[in-house]
Design a protein around this ligand. Structure first.
Ligand SMILES: [Zn+2]
Length: 372
């Protein structure tokens, strides 16, 4: 039976989450991050020092073209990542991967990056392959972003290795921030991390290529390089050095010209998250159907942990925003992009609807569990 964390609102259906005495591992990690428990503290001062040492080291490498590579979407987080690297005499190469359906505001926000003083390249994947991958990921695994997540993590690292860039500055370590992982390396990207968290449920690009008869040579850019190559650059998570916070990142990004939506993004109450690209909304909606929680839950949980709202207020926000229907604004473009027929699209939605969580009432889905 589905149950919820007693502190935030995460359900036990969330992949990789663990519970101890009714508290989820994401809440436990948050406490550790904020030094609530003295015996499990994080020394943020020391980590900041480590960051400056790392910067010094990579500058010494005198790499031919760039010192650091940053994967960017143009969202508030990537702008913040770049901001931490500014004014240090670094040659920054930002890599944007335009893998799906970019929004107008997303395109605008991406323009902040070169203005900040970093170089920017946009990579557009071979659409003949990418469209098939998104289609198959959606139809057969109920997640259109399944391989896109891999591409977003792997390709900037591969580019860095090939251009002899000594450092890759990744965003948050999602395993720690959202699932409270404590066994994997928190600082550096590893094969283990990638195979577990980027490739959902262990479906690696290699396995995917095999299933769909796509030559691995073509799918390689979706996959992390082997351990020997991985050592040629330092791919580190920003959230290891700087305390990760959506709100703080928003404040920083705004200083560099980041624009938000006028109203909240569909499926949540925030107007500044997931606004740069459209397929992510389908990914989030599928998450809601499969596991019973969507984007508003993610955001309410974060706000509860940061004591911005209480749990009761969080429940109200989730009720109001989490379970709203997928609108044509997202669906139509997705159908056009993938070539999936509308009737098939809704059949797939139905196939992945967790019947233990949802019941049908006329044409609507009703959420069965009661959050206490
Ligand atoms: Zn929790």
């Amino acid at each position: 039976m589905i149950s919820f964390c007693q502190e935030c609102l995460l359900p036990n259906t969330k992949p990789y989450i663990k519970f101890s005495s009714g508290i989820c591992s994401a809440c436990a990690f948050h406490r550790k991050k904020n030094n609530f428990r003295k015996n499990k503290t994080i020394n943020w001062k020391k980590r900041k020092k480590d960051f400056f040492t790392l910067i010094k080291d990579i500058k010494k490498k005198n790499s031919p073209l760039f010192d650091v590579c940053v994967p960017v979407s143009g969202g508030k987080d990537s702008i913040t990542q770049v901001s931490y690297l500014l004014n240090k005499g670094l040659r920054i190469l930002c890599v944007n991967i335009d893998y799906g359906i970019k929004t107008k505001i997303g395109e605008k926000n991406l323009k902040c990056i070169p203005k900040m003083g970093a170089s920017l390249i946009t990579y557009r994947p071979n659409l003949k392959i990418q469209k098939t991958i998104i289609k198959k990921s959606f139809e057969d695994f109920g997640d259109p972003d399944l391989m896109s997540h891999c591409l977003l993590h792997a390709l900037p690292i591969r580019i860095a290795i090939n251009l002899n860039i000594p450092m890759v500055f990744l965003g948050e370590n999602a395993a720690y921030e959202y699932s409270g992982e404590n066994k994997l390396d928190e600082k550096r990207m590893s094969q283990k991390w990638f195979n577990h968290y980027a490739s959902n449920s262990g479906l690696t690009p290699k396995k995917f290529a095999k299933i769909y008869n796509i030559p691995y040579k073509i799918m390689k850019i979706y996959d992390l390089p082997n351990n020997i190559d991985l050592k040629k650059t330092k791919a580190v998570f920003c959230s290891y050095f700087f305390k990760w916070s959506s709100e703080k990142n928003l404040v920083i990004a705004k200083k560099f010209g980041f624009k938000t939506l006028k109203k909240p993004q569909e499926g949540t109450y925030r107007n500044y998250v997931g606004i740069d690209e459209k397929i992510n909304r389908i990914h989030q909606y599928m998450k809601l159907l499969k596991f019973g929680y969507g984007r508003a839950t993610d955001h309410a949980c974060e706000d509860i942990r940061n004591k911005k709202i209480n749990r009761k207020q969080g429940i109200q926000l989730v009720k109001k925003y989490d379970r709203v229907k997928l609108s044509d604004y997202f669906v139509n473009d997705f159908l056009k992009f993938t070539g999936i027929k509308k009737s098939k699209f809704f059949k797939i939605l139905d196939k992945y609807t967790n019947k233990k969580i949802w019941k049908k009432s006329k044409r609507n889905l009703v959420f069965k569990p009661k959050i206490k």
